[in-house]
Ligand binder design. Structure first.
Ligand code: HEC
Ligand code: HEC
Ligand code: HEC
Ligand code: HEC
Ligand code: HEC
Length: 480
């Protein structure tokens, strides 16, 4: 390979001058400098929310609002996670100058994850960097290259529970009022997914799932475009969750393509995540009409569903019941450009999953730093794998219709950000027109339809249908 010999020649020349590939150098900070040898990792990362974390216009406006309202007391609270390298190197103290910083300092960069030395806590990013020229991950016998030294680290190895502690320490937020606002790490840690040692060997596959097991799919491939490297496992760096870039980052050409790739990855992640049961039966306590019962179960999220920024997430059940060709009941039927909060205000039966946050005076607020208390309505994750199939970890809701019903359709929807937030942050520079870019996802596995012909007697109540994403409750709980 020509590239290697040119670089080798350069390095030989450089060696005489003395730069040490194990020492800290400014050029290690810029993800663009990793592209030549790790093009696939680079492209995937560029489409991830990690690359977007300090470009995100919602973030920039909310941080600006926070600095304004607290008279700067917010300090580096937000940027310490959204641009951690800039904070570590003293390039910003409040995130208000992010526009002026080069890309090397913005977002959760390659260097930040691959140069971690210690994780000294469970929230608010307590990670320290080694600040050397060694890139650390799960390879214990890396082929030498002249740009950086490489070394194994259990903080960056998807197989270790310690790697979840590293991810989790940023994915868990306690605000200045001691409110545990985002709890992804705590939810995972308290669930059976973090248990390395199952009692029941039949359920073993469910245990010891780290953040990266689910969020980084692996494939067989070389991991560097470089002479002499073997075939290993290459792990996807797109980190799909729920959120997408709202603007064309990094540019108008690449941005839309990366967004479509990320949208497809989110669809794949979401598809099996929730199990839906749908039963139609006469009212339990007698009386006329029909009861429609929807059962929901967090089937494949290693934490609550949704998780993380749950004060901003909106997930809901869309239900339509028909009698002949008449709609007998509709709840949560909201098109992709309409507000779900407005629909919920009109329809008290709308089944919505989110956190509602309150300030110290007990009024609703969507501003992090004001939050003094919250109410939470999310699909939980079980503490033990056996309990995963226990009805206590399912959620149930009943709708009543006066007449008979011959068809019901249900699906779930999830949206990362409520449209109202755009109005609230307009004065701090957020373009309200960007709300049209907010995606609404339908997890494919949640789309089901009930008819008397397709319904069967199940372990739920009455003639029911269940989505293909549900494990069989009875056989699994027998196994446990
Ligand atoms: C000149 C080519 C080159 C450049 C530039 C380069 N790398 Fe590498 N990198 C390699 C090679 C070669 C390996 C070893 C691959 C192997 O053994 O299969 C490697 C391995 C790694 C590993 C695995 C370490 C381990 O032991 O698990 C990480 C992480 C990594 N590089 C990150 C980066 C980052 C981040 C950048 C940009 C700051 C970067 N690399 C730039 C060539 C390069
Ligand atoms: C949010 C943290 C994070 C960021 C940001 C990140 N990585 Fe990684 N990277 C990981 C983890 C975790 C692994 C180990 C995956 C495993 O063990 O399955 C990894 C593995 C690697 C490896 C080893 C081969 C592989 O695929 O497992 C290379 C090379 C690498 N990353 C390069 C990069 C480059 C280049 C960037 C930036 C363009 C980057 N990483 C950004 C977390 C990150
Ligand atoms: C330095 C703190 C930090 C670390 C370490 C970190 N993340 Fe993140 N992560 C973030 C931030 C900040 C965002 C969101 C950026 C935004 O939306 O503006 C994010 C976004 C994500 C998302 C996308 C969420 C969504 O709704 O789309 C996933 C998934 C994710 N991270 C997983 C991981 C995993 C897995 C690891 C460990 C390998 C990890 N993160 C390590 C800070 C971090
Ligand atoms: C068993 C698989 C699994 C494990 C383990 C797992 N996740 Fe997830 N994660 C998912 C799925 C599926 C989704 C999409 C549904 C949802 O929002 O829960 C998701 C969503 C997310 C989101 C977006 C949440 C939202 O609703 O906006 C973040 C952030 C995230 N995960 C981070 C993490 C971190 C950090 C860890 C480790 C502490 C982790 N995940 C462990 C499967 C997993
Ligand atoms: C401990 C690390 C941490 C801190 C502190 C933090 N964030 Fe984040 N932020 C994250 C992570 C992780 C995500 C992704 C969570 C998810 O997708 O569920 C995120 C997502 C976001 C998003 C994405 C869109 C959304 O859904 O809300 C915005 C905006 C945001 N943060 C703003 C802020 C602001 C403003 C502050 C300061 C008041 C802040 N963050 C403080 C880690 C942090």
């Amino acid at each position: 390979m020509i590239r290697q010999s040119v670089l080798a020649a350069l390095t030989l020349a450089a060696c005489e001058a003395g730069p040490d590939p194990g020492g800290f150098r400014e050029e290690l900070l810029d993800p663009d400098n990793c592209k030549e040898c790790h093009p696939e990792h680079h492209r995937q990362w560029l489409g991830s929310m990690h690359a977007y974390a300090a470009e995100d216009p919602v973030f920039l406006a909310m941080n600006a609002r926070g600095q304004r309202e607290t008279g700067g007391a917010l300090g580096d609270f937000c940027v310490r996670c959204h641009a951690p390298v800039a904070v570590a190197l003293g390039k910003t103290t409040d995130g208000l100058n992010l526009d002026e910083l080069p890309p090397a300092y913005k977002g959760v960069t390659c260097y930040f994850c691959h140069n971690m030395a210690t994780v000294d806590g469970m929230h608010n990013n307590p990670i320290t960097l080694a600040m050397d020229g060694i890139m650390r991950a799960e390879v214990s016998d890396p082929i030498a290259n002249e740009f950086h030294l490489a070394e194994y680290s259990d903080l960056v190895d998807a197989q270790t529970l310690k790697s979840s502690a590293a991810c989790g320490s940023c994915h868990d937020i306690v605000n200045g009022n001691d409110v545990h606002l985002e709890r992804t790490f705590a939810e995972w840690r308290d669930s059976f997914y973090s248990d390395p040692d199952p009692d029941n060997p039949q359920l073993k596959a469910l245990y010891g799932n780290t953040c990266s097991t689910c969020h980084m799919y692996g494939k067989t491939s070389p991991i560097a475009d470089y002479d002499g490297v073997p075939t290993r496992r290459l792990y996807d760096h797109g980190f799909p969750g729920i959120d997408l870039s709202l603007t064309d980052f990094p540019d108008a050409e690449l941005g839309p393509a990366l967004r479509e790739e990320q949208r497809a990855a989110i669809d794949d992640l979401l598809a099996p995540s929730v199990c839906v049961g749908l039963c139609v039966r006469p009212p339990e306590n007698g009386g006329d009409g029909t009861d429609i019962v929807v059962w929901l179960h967090n089937e494949a999220s290693g934490h609550f569903w949704p998780s993380g920024a749950t004060q901003d997430r909106r997930a809901w059940v869309e239900l339509q019941a028909f009698s002949g060709d008449q709609i007998a009941l509709a709840s949560g039927v909201v098109d992709d450009q309409s507000s779900i909060d407005a629909a919920a205000a009109e329809d008290p039966t709308l089944w919505l999953f989110r956190d509602i946050t309150y300030d110290a005076a007990g009024d609703r607020t969507s501003l992090f730093w004001e939050v003094a208390d919250y109410e939470s309505n999310l699909l939980v994750v079980a503490k033990e794998a056996g309990a995963k199939y226990d009805k206590a970890t399912w959620d149930e809701r009943i709708w009543h219709v006066d007449g008979p019903i011959d068809r019901v359709s249900v699906r779930m929807k999830i949206r990362p950000i409520p449209f109202e937030l755009f109005d609230e942050l307009e004065a701090d520079g957020l373009d309200p027109a960007l709300r049209t870019m907010v995606p609404t996802f339908v997890p494919a596995g949640t789309v089901i339809e009930w008819t008397p012909e397709t319904a069967e007697m199940t372990d739920l109540e009455g003639p029911c249908v269940k989505s293909a994403t549900c494990f069989d409750v009875i056989s699994m709980s027998d196994a446990g």
